[in-house]
Design a protein around this ligand. Sequence first.
Ligand SMILES: [Zn+2]
Length: 221
Amino acid sequence: MRRCPDCTVEVEGEWARCPLCGTTLVGEPVPGPYPTVPLRFSRRRVLRVLFLTSLAVIVLSFLAQLLFGRDQDGIGALRSVWLGIVTTWLVVVMAVSKRRNLAKFIVYLVVLAGGVCVYWDYLSGWSGWSLTFVVPIVCAASIVGLLITARVVRIEVGDYVVYSGLTVLLGLTPILFLALGWVGTVIPSAICGGLSVAAVVLLLTVRGGIVRHELAKRLHL
Ligand SMILES: [Zn+2]
């Protein structure tokens, strides 16, 4: 059995680090006492919801281009709708395959995609398209991915709390850039902010009571 040299406790199961203090365990691992619980979701349902969402987004983007005319300022951004679809798919696929680090993954994704595009924008003579379009699109698509995950995968209460917090963060990021005046067109950031508010309301109404209880417990209210 594995042992923690700091806490001098024995740890059953395949832990690499001590669950109490995080110190690297020593000794040979033994099989864990609990059966592994499979993640409850239907692969078919996940794919169907993803396909339908992507289709709806593509149709909406074409409709918007038809309605508002192609020459209008900023309408070209609707052609980067694929960026949002790719992000949504990435978030949901990550959630389904390795959901423990989903929040970290989304933060990395936004920082990486945003960072690369800001640098690209800077190299090609700053016009602000990275902060105006890419950041809100990636943030909004991540929120959509989180909502789909919460809808199709049976997630734990603690994850609802994390998802809600992350949704607020993702909504605030473009709003912050907007407030700082770094953004060319207001609409994408505003849509992302609005989506974030709607998503939090949705997440909290679905499992509101339990989430409030969990929050109160964690914040010692
Ligand atoms: Zn320990």
